[in-house]
Design a protein around this ligand. Sequence first.
Ligand code: FEO
Length: 172
Amino acid sequence: MLNKKIAAMLNDQINKELYSAYLYLDFANYYADEGLDGFAHWYEVQAQEERDHAFMIRRYLINNSIRVTFEAIAKPDKVFANHMDPLQAGYAHEQYVTSLITDIYHEAFEQKDYKTMQFLDWFIKEQGEEETNAEDMIKKMQLFGGDAKGLYALNQELAARVYAPSTTGPAM
Ligand code: FEO
């Protein structure tokens, strides 16, 4: 049986991951409206990954005999003034999610819950990759997004992202 506080933090993290999916789909809505289908596609794939994260945490709780409960998912309410805005919001959001995962990890450490620490190892690594990806998007936009040809090429590159469910996943 998991410690109550850790179970509650993980349960809350399901909501945060589903919100992440919702947020990135909202980014995709913005880019689709701007005619940047490659950017929209990239964030659609990102939303699928976030949904997967929520499912993984839900599964971990169920495997540990925890009754999962859901709260309302917040409305993504960001207004974007330019094509860079969602990229910066995405990077800030991933840093926030990393802090949440780190908090749960810290609590697991305090409680000597090595099983949850092992489960979260995958998420720690994933967050590192997601922060890097988000930062790379900003750098590429700074380098190439300033003119129409560069933006077109970047849009094409992002359109090539393939959704691939994690083959390994976290330790359950
Ligand atoms: Fe599941 Fe991007 O955090």
